[in-house]
Write a protein that binds this ligand. Structure first.
Ligand code: TIU
Length: 221
């Protein structure tokens, strides 16, 4: 059992029953010309966490822990994309439209690929999710249960959208959840700060937060 200092109090986990989760580190959100930019965001802030996520991946792989990557991805026929999601607002490009990195948020397109620095290795679980949360319409809960996973450590983007939604879904399903503060990012720094505060408030109502340094220190070989 490993114990690390965390907010609002120590987080204890057994690496054999803990998965490192990397949420949506795909070109759609992090590079120019993708879905994130089509929504009007300055996407340049997000790339800064890539080396930190990579350090955590390297450590977790060395420990032999389970790694789970997600992508926000729709089927090419968009049958899993509700009109309410596709038609909202007036963006220059919508989900399924062709942009400089192919069709936005569509599985198999160049923009839907995870950044090469963080590419999944053989044997790591990659979940394509049609929603913001990683449990909705994915069958993931059963897969994690079959592997005996009880604890989840979250990284990725964006803090207040797909990371927060996934962590809330996980909390309701009984997982103990830790988010790594400097391994998640938002287009809006104030939303990231508020999200970390609201999830850890009230005695870890949704879960814990810690820094990558704290996790690396606690998991030194
Ligand atoms: N827009 C935004 O901040 N995020 C998303 O749409 N998806 C994820 O967070 N992955």
């Amino acid at each position: 059992m490993i114990e690390i200092p965390a907010t609002p109090f120590a987080f204890r986990f057994d690496p054999r029953h803990t998965a490192l989760v990397v949420i949506d580190m795909q070109r759609d959100f992090i590079e120019r010309g993708g879905f994130g930019e089509a929504l009007g965001n300055d996407v340049t802030r997000l790339a800064a966490i890539v080396p930190t996520v990579r350090r955590l991946l390297d450590r977790w792989r060395a420990l032999g822990g389970m790694v789970l990557h997600t992508r926000e991805a729709h089927r090419p026929d968009l049958a899993d994309c509700p009109p309410a999601k596709r038609l909202r607002g007036n963006p220059p490009l919508r989900i399924g439209d062709v942009g400089p990195m192919g069709r936005l948020l569509v599985a198999g397109e160049p923009g839907n690929q995870i950044l090469p620095e963080l590419a999944p290795l053989d044997g790591e679980l990659v979940v394509d999710k049609p929603g913001k949360g990683m449990f909705y319409a994915t069958g993931l809960h059963q897969q994690l249960q079959e592997k005996g996973i009880t604890h989840l450590i979250f990284t990725g983007v964006t803090t207040e959208v797909c990371v927060q939604t996934s962590m809330r879904e996980a909390n309701d399903r009984g997982y103990d959840c830790l988010v790594i503060e400097d391994a998640t990012e938002s287009y809006f720094p104030e939303f990231k700060a508020a999200t970390l505060a609201m999830m850890t408030a009230q005695g870890a109502i949704v879960g814990w937060s810690a820094t990558s340094g704290q996790l690396l220190q606690a998991t030194q070989p």
